[in-house]
Design a protein around this ligand. Structure first.
Ligand SMILES: *Cc1c(COP(=O)(O)O)cnc(C)c1O
Length: 395
């Protein structure tokens, strides 16, 4: 029985108070998962003492706090805020930092649901949205900013077409004009590219992808160093009432432990598959920033410490039935829109490219591959079978 409960309490009272943790918890290598909306406070004075006591569970308890600390370490950040998905991290950052009358410059190759948020929500609240071609020079981009431009959102490489942008240079030029810069760094996963060390104000990630690493948890993060920005992001979460569960935070932290190992292996597997693909007669062009000769290779070599397993390539132009036959013949690669997990996936990208302001010719139907932890020889054999099926219908 709880030591504070009077003796002779009835059964229902005793059961409500039974089964509480006594004393300190045993120390495990992962954090305890605390489940709780209610946080019990030690005395009346603590009830409104938010500076010294955590007073409510929505902002996160042991596992969420441990994950924030660990992501701070990964990102080299003073503060990290957590969101229930990657898209919520991006929309959360934009909502926290922009107001009616402001303008935001968004890279045209941005993850498509971000465009949907900008067009349908930001514009409705009076924020101007302008999309820019990822291939324009940093000087041209920053000089195109209006007096109302408050933020530039980049995604390098773009996660379908893999354009590389000189984000460090954009950050430098933007800072001189008082404009904030943010990167959706899901490809870099906080490890292969370090936005904050390269002068960007915000590093955003869909943790759902590589940090989670097992294709089974949604979460997003925003990391920043300026305490005023960290405060505004945290306030934004509070205003919106977003929360992530302790179980999900625990799963993210478990993924984070093996992030460097998985990225190293998947990056190497991806490059092995890409190097093979580029010699196949059915392939028109490769879009892999870490493959020598591909667009953006020099920037990748300057700023990135490695590659992940996500890249694109185009097939030589052929009827749609041939492209479908390629995908349908794959047995090791799954067909699916996600990436960052341990498994290999493929999609055909062209329908998603139609939403863009800048239309360009990639040389044929654009395929995106996510290379997982399977043996590269098995992946290559699978792709060869797919290319054979394509060749039969390509004419
Ligand atoms: C998947 C993805 C997101 C969104 O993450 P969710 O957790 O699925 O909302 C954001 N940016 C990029 C580049 C992504 O690939």
């Amino acid at each position: 029985m709880s030591p504070r409960l009077p003796p002779n309490c009835s059964d229902e009272t005793r059961l409500i108070h039974a089964g509480k943790v006594k004393g300190d918890l045993a120390r495990t290598v992962g954090p305890p998962i605390q489940k709780g909306s209610t946080v019990l406070l030690p005395n009346a004075a603590a009830l409104y003492d938010d500076a010294n006591y955590l007073t409510y569970g929505r902002g996160g308890l042991s596992a969420q706090i441990a994950l924030q600390d660990a992501l701070g370490e990964l990102e080299g950040a003073a503060g990290v805020t957590l969101y229930p998905s990657g898209i919520a991290a991006i929309s959360g950052a934009l909502l926290a930092l922009l107001k009616a009358g402001d303008e935001v410059l968004v890279v045209d190759n941005v993850y498509k649901p971000v465009r949907r948020f900008c067009d349908n929500v930001l514009r409705r609240f009076g924020v101007g949205v302008n999309y820019f071609d990822p291939r324009i020079a940093p000087e041209e981009l920053v000089s195109s900013a209006a007096p109302a431009t408050r933020l530039i959102l980049m995604e390098t490489p773009g996660s379908l077409s893999f354009e590389m942008q000189d984000m460090a240079r954009v950050a430098d030029l933007a800072r001189a004009r008082g404009i904030l810069t943010a990167a959706d760094n899901t490809w870099g996963a906080g490890l292969l590219f370090r936005p904050l060390a390269h002068g960007l104000d915000l590093s955003i990630q869909a943790l759902t992808k590589y940090v989670g690493g097992h294709s089974d948890v949604f979460m997003g993060s925003v990391a920043a160093n300026d305490p005023a920005l960290v405060r505004r992001l945290a306030d934004g979460i509070n205003h919106m009432g977003w929360a992530v569960s302790g179980e999900d935070a625990y799963a993210m932290l478990r993924g984070l432990r093996t992030l460097p190992l998985r990225l190293e292996k998947q990056g190497a597997n991806g490059l092995a598959v890409a190097a093979w693909l580029q010699d196949q007669p059915e392939v028109a062009s490769m879009y892999h920033p870490a493959l020598p000769g591909c667009p953006g290779y020099d920037l990748w070599a300057r700023d990135f410490s490695g590659a992940c397993g996500l890249f694109g390539f185009t097939l030589k132009p052929a009827p749609q039935a041939a492209v479908d036959a390629f995908l349908d013949a794959l047995q090791v690669f799954g067909l699916g829109f996600s990436w960052g997990g341990f498994e290999s996936l493929a999609i055909w990208c062209d329908p998603q490219l139609k939403a863009r302001k800048t239309q360009r010719d990639y040389g044929g139907p654009l395929i995106r591959l996510h290379v997982g932890l399977e043996a590269p020889a098995d992946l290559i054999a699978d792709l060869r079978a797919g290319l054979d099926a394509y060749a039969k219908l390509a004419g």
